[in-house]
Ligand binder design. Structure first.
Ligand code: BG6
Ligand code: MG
Length: 238
């Protein structure tokens, strides 16, 4: 009896959990800059005598610039060969290369379905946040013409931890004034999914090989507000 009552009150609590915000990763979710990050790192790694491929690149997604460089050097067996100042110089060179690859970025590079989703969220009164560890995020959003679509963007420069730590998604929810359990996070990287789940949010993954997501879609065109709302409502019943 007590158990039944408890279950009922748990259920009622769950059904009142409203979707209040959606927090997006940037690279690989809003636009395909994930590929440009790979190309820039691949060329820099080659100069260092290290070969990286797209499979290795999966480990760099959602990881900060310097941490990515450390992973690449470890992969090439050169982890201890550079001073901190040299690491900074190499990372800066990678960034210059990456930024040069972005020179033609335009609204045409927004991934399928994302512009419509952002518009539907605004019309539906659902807050929109950005959780990207990229220090280039403001420029990328501006080049895509999407700056005004976001109510709050976490500032990568002010973070202590990179993904998979939950800090960035928690920061985005706090900035939006929304409890994490009332928000969805969308990610294309395993480190990002871990960050969303660590924050206590509902995780939507874009791609094919992501573990621990609540809903996995093969590409962004599946991300419509009706589909997100249906999956959100469905989880309330479980
Ligand atoms: C993430 C990317 O969004 O940003 C990573 O997935 C990248 O690949 C990281 O290293 C940092 O980006 P930036 O633009 O600050 O070098
Ligand atoms: Mg990403």
């Amino acid at each position: 009896m007590g158990g039944a009552l408890h279950n009922r009150s748990q259920m009622m609590q769950k059904t009142t959990m409203k979707l209040e915000a959606v927090v997006f990763d940037l690279d690989g979710v809003i636009t395909d800059t994930a590929h440009y990050h790979f190309v820039a790192w691949r060329d820099i790694a080659k100069e260092l005598g290290i070969v990286i491929d797209e499979a290795f690149n999966e480990r760099l997604k959602g990881v900060s610039r310097l941490d990515s460089l450390r992973l690449i050097l470890a992969h090439g067996g050169k982890a201890d060969q550079f001073s901190d100042a040299e690491l900074e110089t190499i990372a800066t060179r990678k960034n210059e290369h990456y930024v040069s690859l972005l020179s033609d970025l335009s609204p045409a590079d927004i991934l399928p379905g994302i512009a419509d989703l952002l518009q539907s969220l605004r019309q539906g009164g659902i807050r929109v946040g950005l959780a990207s560890v990229s220090k280039n995020a403001p420029q990328v959003l501006a080049a895509l013409g999407l700056t005004e679509c976001f109510d709050y963007c976490a500032d990568a420069a002010k973070l202590t931890h990179s993904k998979p730590h939950p800090e960035i998604f928690l920061t985005a929810c706090a900035g939006l004034g929304v409890a994490p359990e009332n928000a969805i996070g969308i990610e294309d990287a395993q480190a990002g999914v871990a960050s969303i789940k660590g924050a206590g949010m509902y995780a939507v993954g874009v791609g094919s090989q992501l573990e621990g997501v609540d809903w996995l879609v093969p590409c962004t065109s599946y991300l419509t507000l009706p589909a997100l709302s249906a999956h959100w409502a469905d989880r309330q019943q479980h």
